[in-house]
Design a protein. Structure first.
Length: 103
């Protein structure tokens, strides 16, 4: 099973799943990440696709938002955060995705 709950031991290269705001924020900030959304995906006044913007990533331009906005949207949509702490090599991993709970 690839996804694990917060209370299970993490192994290098393994994906973990959480809905815990403090775990998500710690994980992102340890990697220099900032809460963001993908421009052009908004729905009126509501945020669009939730992202984490990492420095020097070189990806698309993302719009930075506050953690409060990001987590309000995360909770309203019933989402979960899938992430890796470390690659199989042991190096820190920036892998994550945001998906519907139970997805």
């Amino acid at each position: 099973m690839a996804a694990q709950n917060d209370d299970q031991e993490e192994h290098a290269g393994q994906s973990l799943t959480t809905q815990d705001h403090s775990v998500i924020r710690r994980w992102a900030e340890e990697r220099g990440g900032t809460p963001a959304t993908a421009p052009g995906t908004e729905h009126g006044d509501h945020l669009g696709v939730l992202e984490i913007d990492f420095p020097d990533y070189g990806g698309e331009k993302l719009k930075h938002v506050s953690w409060d906005e990001w987590f309000n949207t995360f909770d309203e949509r019933g989402l979960e955060f899938v992430y890796q702490e470390h690659l199989k090599s042991g190096s820190p991993s920036n892998f994550f995705k945001v998906r519907q709970r139970g997805g």
